[in-house]
Ligand binder design. Structure first.
Ligand code: NAD
Length: 520
């Protein structure tokens, strides 16, 4: 066992096994470019998912503290709005540079608090970094339009920031999701109050420190903590003009309804059940590799995890080989070399996953590979679930209908491509899907007829890079997905349009009678 350490967000790595933190420090909040200790008496314990050792306590902030955070963002807004977009861009370039410089540190704190492997945590940071890089194109995104609409008259459009906006984030991408929000919100001139997940706020705290170093003025980015009560405070605050939410349907549908009813803009990305459809002409080796990495990577705790396979025709015979290969996946502490996936986030999450596996068994599906009870030898107390494959599932079964959010792959069979499309479209969720085929015709038919918002053709996790936008559909987004994250739609979400129609000549046209009717 390694020697005990104190959690230090300046650390770039931690002892690999049995990380034991003596006298863990409470997570501070970030206001006016400084870290503060909350005066609350209510804390949420945060445990390392690989050991269940206490890492930190996350405060449920008091109402006066939350009020101070919103007031700080409100105070900062006029100055930040009036800072030129070129000056904001310069600070964003600094922020991008600092995230790159502190990449390992960010990854280490993600692995410690969330459990995913260091390699995967680096990817978490990269996906967010790319949004910040794309946000450096803010001046281009902010350009308006102009048209001479009549003689001596023109209409111009401007994109203006909304004011104070809030971001409420999930546990599964502790760096990426805060970075889906912060860069786009601030490059467009808004100020932000961000609430990271109470299960892993460490990466957001490092990002706050880097934002301060990058040169964002005090109050432009504030970070608050808590759970439901903090979220309710943000929803009720009249000074918050927009809410960005990513997380479960239960929370997101509530937040969307309540935020919208209060007249706020709300964008909300929710749960998922992403299907792979495997055609008999697919490249077998590449397809099985892709399914294994997308089903079990990050312990299945990705909103774009490929959690269902639909075998078309004889591809159902590939199941045995899929199971054999899945047995080779290394489940271990996220800091361990060679770990392919780490633990799931909490003991409650492990219990829920195991219950859903058991429900499949009870409903008549077959457990082809059972990850229940697995434990790596160095980590007897972690929240472990090994790769699990449930076959012969039916669309009516709970294990198929529910988002499991663990390393569990559910398999169904159909006879034709069209039956597969019908089955996938019958699912309530519409985040992502992927077809594996060497036929252009099959891929095109699938692309055209499938309802999911992100489609992969031989690509298991087809999340678009930030020059596009994250385009989930159906129950995977609230409000019909009218406002999507990052890219040009993200800029539209965080800005309101103003149009100005101007006439520069006051000369009257000789002999023209003044009329009160609308010009025709
Ligand atoms: P969660 O809904 O439990 O938590 C998300 C945030 O909402 C947290 O900050 C939490 O404090 C808050 N919250 C939770 N319950 C609340 C309630 N009842 N009232 C008010 N606030 C509440 O989600 P999670 O478990 O952290 O994240 C996993 C979920 O997020 C999965 O469903 C996953 O599919 C989804 N997700 C979706 C996307 C996407 O883009 N579609 C991306 C990542 C994660």
């Amino acid at each position: 066992a390694s020697s005990p350490v104190t959690l230090d967000t300046t650390a770039t790595s931690y002892p690999r096994d049995h990380v034991k933190i003596e006298n863990p420090k409470d997570t501070p909040y970030f206001l006016d470019n400084e870290f503060h200790a909350s005066k609350t008496d209510k804390f949420i314990d945060l445990h390392d998912p690989a050991t269940n050792n206490l890492v930190t306590r996350v405060p449920e902030m008091t109402v006066p503290e939350l009020e101070a955070a919103v007031a700080s963002a409100k105070r900062a807004f006029p100055g930040w709005r009036d800072t030129s977009v070129i000056a904001r861009q310069r600070i964003m370039f600094n922020f991008v540079g600092l995230i790159k410089e502190h990449w390992d540190r960010l990854a280490a704190v993600i692995t410690l608090e969330q459990g995913k492997t260091v390699a995967d945590a680096k990817g978490d940071v990269l996906r967010g970094l790319q949004v910040a890089e794309a946000a450096c194109a803010g001046p281009e995104y902010m350009k308006g339009e102009i048209l001479e609409v009549a003689r001596e008259m023109e209409t111009r459009s401007y994109r203006e920031p909304l004011g104070v906006v809030a971001a409420i984030c999930p546990f599964n991408f502790p760096a990426m999701i805060p970075l889906w929000c912060i860069p786009i919100a601030v490059i467009t001139g808004n100020t932000v109050v961000l609430k990271p997940s109470e299960r892993d706020p460490g990466a957001a705290m490092v990002l706050a420190e880097l934002a301060q170093k990058a040169g964002f003025p005090a109050g432009v980015i504030n970070v608050v903590h808590g759970a439901h009560q903090t979220v309710n405070f943000l929803l009720d605050s009249p000074d918050i003009k927009a809410i960005s939410f990513v997380g479960s349907n239960k929370a997101g549908e509530y937040i969307f309804a309540k935020g919208s009813a209060a007249g706020k803009r709300v964008q909300a990305n929710l749960g998922a059940k992403n299907h792979a459809l495997v055609m008999p002409d697919a490249d077998k080796e590449a397809t099985l590799d892709a399914i294994i990495s997308a089903a079990f990577g990050a312990a299945g705790q990705r909103c774009m995890a490929l959690s269902v396979v639909v075998w078309v025709g004889e591809t159902k015979d590939w199941l045995a080989e899929l199971a054999e290969r899945s047995k080779k996946v290394q489940v271990n502490g996220g800091f361990e070399d060679g770990a392919d996936l780490g633990p799931v986030v909490t003991p409650q999450s492990k219990k829920r996953i195991e219950e859903l596996i058991a429900s499949g068994e009870k409903d008549g599906a077959k457990i082809v590979l059972d990850g229940r009870g697995y434990k790596p030898s160095n980590y007897p107390d972690g929240n472990w679930v090994g790769p699990t494959i449930i076959s012969e599932a039916k669309p009516t079964m709970e294990c198929y209908k529910e988002e499991i959010f663990g390393p569990v792959l559910v398999c169904l069979t159909v006879d034709t491509l069209d039956e597969g499309i019908e089955l996938i479209n019958g699912n309530d969720y519409g985040n992502g899907t992927a077809i594996f085929t060497t036929s252009g015709g099959a891929a095109e038919r699938f692309r055209r007829n499938i309802e999911a918002g992100q489609v992969g053709i031989n690509v298991p996790i087809p999340v678009p890079l930030p020059m596009f936008s994250f385009t989930g559909n159906k129950k995977s987004v609230a409000g019909g997905g009218a406002s999507t994250f990052y890219g040009r739609p993200g800029v539209n979400f965080y800005t309101q349009q103003k149009t100005v129609t101007a006439k520069w000549s006051s000369a009257q046209v000789a002999g023209k009678k003044n009329t009160l009717a609308m010009p025709t």
